[in-house]
Design a protein around this ligand. Structure first.
Ligand code: GLC
Length: 534
């Protein structure tokens, strides 16, 4: 399809959680045809690729992240015909499709696991990490599940334990087994042959565990047993490097495809070490999304990521995904979107591929649920200390009709009650809406090579309020000023750029093309100002 081999660098990638995007079958769950119906909306917004959270058959212990068949579509989402249609219609609009491959573990309902637990000599037994109890009895080592409790589950019939980093319904695969490796690489091929453009790899740096399964070293500090361990032996083992190389070669043989990995428990440097020419195109670094509303912290996150990727990889940024509280809920006060605009402007003008999460563009807030409504296994286990991830997975707010236009029937998770005033259809008609703000900035990013390809230099913060940086190509020089405070602030142009003539390229408050001749600029509260050198 697209001739533009740099689509994943220049473009915007939009994550859809299919259960919550658009329901066309009136079962309260979003589906593939729903996504196809909304492609014009996505094209108009300016997205270049869609990352679909898992669409494969799943018992939904972890809502799709427990896969029971890697080469089929969950019937609740539609059929393979619907998938091919979505792919074709997306490609027509120059929108790429990225699938979420969850290959660290399967569902315990996957036929491979069902076979593997039948007997110790079943051909599938070694496809998973089955071990005898330790000599003293009990689990083979001290590894924990991040979702709580031991990482080992005992099967009384077999007299062995299997390992699971997540729920007991998500047994980890044994990637050291040659047939597992070959079968999973064939999963990539299956979808590439159908025409998909790339993959997001769920917790890929967990595929290999240390072959001798040693105990993890202990740490003194941490709330839960999981947090009081150094995760030395169950993540980030060196065997991952040659595998990434193989995956990349496979993808490259299909043209301008893309693979982005979700790193688990890794520093920015370590995350970046998985990216490059013969590795992943990109990996997720969580520092920006985890930053509090402080210029200093955002600056640090950007500098760290820039330094980590250096020249060997292309950076990427996100503020939201299906595992974290929505940025609007983290940063905004009430229903006011001022901070959502500042953070959007940052995301869309940094050097690196911006990832968005459905509903971010209209500032969807997390829903709050009662204990009895919680569905996420994390929330079920840790309520009320951690209410889990349902909050950020509520149905998309399309309009002010029943169920926010998402479904004609009650949705799987409740719709946020603010949908009457916060929805796509309303924001489309309001020039100053967050949706139009996103659209304009996405457009600006596409039109200006300095914004999508240029270098980035952060200007030293003059105070704690303004984040300012330059994006530059040999022909274009763009200055971004973001006021993170709800007060007027005078920005003094730093010496190195003060002798240039700056014109307004984007502002909600000022005339476009207006010349800024003063050495200082009075920034209004939460203002985004983008200037271009004459
Ligand atoms: C990743 C997913 C998360 C899932 C976990 C187990 O972190 O993003 O949603 O629960 O992996 O697959």
């Amino acid at each position: 399809m697209s001739k533009n081999s740099l689509w994943w660098q220049n473009g915007i990638i939009y994550q859809i959680y299919p259960r919550s995007f658009m329901d066309t079958t009136a079962n309260g769950i979003g589906d593939l045809n729903g996504i196809t119906n909304k492609l014009d909306y996505l094209a108009d917004l300016g997205v270049d690729a869609i990352w679909l959270s898992p669409i494969f058959p799943s018992p939904d212990v972890d809502f799709g992240y427990d896969v029971a068949d890697y080469v089929a579509i969950d019937p609740r989402f539609g059929s393979m015909v619907d998938f091919d249609h979505l792919l074709k219609e997306s490609h027509k609009r120059n929108i790429h499709i990225i699938l979420d491959l969850v290959l660290n573990h399967t569902s315990d309902q996957h036929p491979w696991f069902k076979e593997s637990r039948k007997s110790r000599d079943n051909p599938y037994h070694d496809w998973y990490l089955w071990k005898d109890p330790s000599p003293k009895g009990g689990p083979p080592n001290n590894w924990c599940s991040i979702f709580g409790g031991s990482g080992w589950e005992f099967d009384t019939q077999l007299g062995q334990y299997y390992y699971h980093m997540f729920c007991t319904g998500q047994p980890d695969l044994n990637w050291r087994h040659p047939e597992v490796r070959e079968t999973l690489l064939n999963v990539f091929k299956f979808w590439l042959e159908r025409g998909v453009d790339g993959f997001r790899l769920d917790v890929f740096n967990m595929y290999f565990k240390h072959s001798e399964l040693p105990d993890n070293p202990k740490k003194l500090i941490g709330l839960r047993p999981f947090d009081r361990q150094v995760h030395k032996y169950e993540v980030s083992q060196p065997e991952m490097d040659p595998l990434l190389n193989e995956i990349r070669q496979l993808l490259d043989s299909y043209g301008s495809t893309y693979v982005v990995g979700e790193t688990f428990l890794a520093s920015p440097e370590h995350t970046a070490s998985y990216c490059g020419q013969d590795k992943l195109h990109a990996a997720f670094n969580f520092e920006l999304a985890e930053s509090p509303w402080k210029v200093k912290r955002f600056t640090r996150a950007i500098k760290n990521w820039e330094k980590a990727v250096e020249d060997h990889a292309w950076p990427n940024y996100f503020l939201n995904n299906h595992d974290v509280t929505r940025s609007s809920s983290r940063y905004c006060r009430g229903e006011d979107d001022a901070r959502a605009k500042v953070s959007a402007a940052m995301l869309l003008t940094l050097r690196g591929t911006p990832f968005m999460y459905y509903g971010e563009e209209i500032g969807m807030r997390d829903i709050s649920l009662k204990h009895s409504q919680i569905l996420d296994p994390v929330g079920k286990r840790y309520w009320p200390f951690n209410k889990g991830r349902d909050g950020c997975r509520a149905p998309m707010q399309w309009d002010d009709s029943v169920n926010a236009g998402f479904s004609s029937t009650a949705s799987w998770l409740p719709v946020h009650p603010d949908y009457i005033s916060r929805n796509v259809s309303k924001q489309k008609t309001e020039p100053g809406s967050l949706l139009n703000f996103y659209k304009q900035l996405i457009q600006l990013r596409k039109e200006h090579p300095a914004l999508n390809q240029g270098s980035l230099s952060i200007l030293d913060p003059q105070n704690k309020s303004i984040l300012s940086y330059l994006r530059q190509t040999p022909d274009e020089n763009i200055l971004i000023l973001l006021n993170f405070k709800q007060k007027q602030i005078t920005y003094q142009l730093p010496k190195q750029i003060a002798d240039q003539n700056w014109r307004v390229l984007f502002s909600e408050k000022r005339q476009i093309e207006e010349l800024c001749q003063e050495q200082s600029i009075l920034m209004t509260p939460y203002e985004t100002l983008i200037l271009v050198a004459d």
